[in-house]
Design a protein around this ligand. Structure first.
Ligand SMILES: NC(=O)c1ccc[n+]([C@@H]2O[C@H](COP(=O)([O-])OP(=O)(O)OC[C@H]3O[C@@H](n4cnc5c(N)ncnc54)[C@H](OP(=O)(O)O)[C@@H]3O)[C@@H](O)[C@H]2O)c1
Length: 348
């Protein structure tokens, strides 16, 4: 292995903290106000830190909310952006465990003390690096943590609740596609809500039970019919708008509206508080970060193994919408994100 570099190139954040003027959507006309391509020195690695030579990094909605200052943690001026990715460890701090990882291909999430994944190299926390077998492709490895674990954790909630079916909004999002595959494999029905029919073939191939387009004129009738047929008690919602309220209202007693994203800038009306009072219906949120802290290492290792197995044997796959090198981001990313039909990935 060649000597580790003394500097690296990164897309660094040009804003700090949270925004005072939230817009509540992840549309970008340009990234000029948020990112800058810069050369940074590789710092002396602390014990427990490793230097990862990046292979691929995911672009998730969480990254796009974060850059706008609308995510659950503040921006850090001058620090590389990007929450997750895959690469090879090329150096480490003085620490037996970190040193033992040198040469390994790993998936990882950026740690608060390290740096982001939208770069040629990233400083990562060795304890957050998951060695990846060759059976997991680069796109699946680059998106190994945030979406798969979120889908696995939320699906577990649906199973624990004994729900006969799940309803998912943003039906063709990667999280929803993982959820639909989990439901298929567990013999549970899945109802995917979409806003465009372009995703229908993909969802049907995945084994979705019903697809409802929220823009169809007869959406309301089809929704009520689907609720009667499948009786879902778990509504897993990434959009959170007026349609979400309509879906929740159509669900039966003891149903849960699990909010884990906020893709729509429109707020949902709470049109029937009586549902919460008299029908034991519940609205609550899900965020992976506290789930990761609260879940034991043993249980997490079990979930990582299951995710690797699912990617390895094809029960799960991350659809690649586009791949862009980091030096093209400032010019091309906003355009590429307009209609990706799958995840967009960055390469060094
Ligand atoms: N809470 C957590 O811990 C956690 C963890 C992971 C992900 N998430 C959230 O999960 C959601 C999905 O993430 P992902 O990576 O799976 O997404 P993704 O693959 O990037 O797909 C985004 C999807 O959202 C749809 N969409 C965007 N805006 C919409 C709107 N206003 N109304 C309806 N559909 C809309 C798009 O539909 P079109 O194709 O029609 O444009 C697209 O299918 C995001 O909100 C993300 O923040 C949360």
């Amino acid at each position: 292995m060649s000597n580790p570099p003394t500097s690296f190139t990164a897309l660094v954040q040009t804003q700090d903290g949270y925004t005072d003027t939230p817009v509540g959507h992840i549309h970008y006309d340009s990234f000029d106000d948020y990112l800058e391509l810069k050369e940074l020195p590789v710092p002396e690695l602390e014990p427990g830190h490793v230097l990862v030579e990046m292979t691929m990094a995911a672009i998730n909605p969480s990254d796009l909310h974060f850059l706008k200052g609308e995510y659950g943690q503040p921006r850090e001026l001058g620090k590389a952006a990007g929450f997750e990715g895959v690469g090879t460890i090329v150096a480490s701090g003085i620490d037996a465990y970190a040193q033992s990882l040198i040469g390994q291909r790993v998936s990882f999430v950026a740690s608060p003390t390290g740096s982001g994944t939208w770069a040629t190299h990233a400083i990562a926390d060795a304890m957050l690096c998951i060695p990846m077998p060759d059976t997991v492709s680069d796109p699946n490895a680059a998106g190994f943590i945030v979406n798969p674990l979120t889908a696995a954790a939320m699906f577990d909630e649906a199973k624990q609740a004994g729900s006969p079916a799940i309803v998912v909004t943003a039906g063709a999002s990667q999280v929803s596609k993982f959820l639909i595959a989990l439901a298929r494999d567990a013999g549970m029905a899945s109802i995917a809500i979409v806003r465009r029919d372009v995703h229908n073939d993909t969802l049907n191939e995945l084994g979705v039970t019903e697809i409802l387009n929220q823009n169809d004129e007869d959406f309301a009738q089809k929704l009520v019919a689907a609720m009667k047929t499948h009786k879902p008690q778990m509504f897993i919602d990434a959009v959170v708008d007026e349609t979400s309220t309509q879906i929740f209202n159509a669900m039966g007693k003891n149903s849960t509206w699990l909010i884990y994203g906020s893709l729509s800038p429109d707020l949902p009306p709470l049109s029937n508080p009586g549902e919460l009072i008299f029908q034991n219906k519940v609205i609550r949120g899900f965020w992976l970060t506290p789930w990761l802290t609260a879940t034991s290492l043993e249980d997490k290792i079990g979930v990582f193994g299951e995710v690797q197995a699912r990617f390895g044997d094809g029960r799960w796959n991350t659809d690649v919408g586009a791949t862009l090198s980091i030096d093209k981001v400032m010019d091309d990313l906003a355009e590429v994100l307009k209609d990706p039909r799958g995840k967009v990935f960055l390469t060094p």
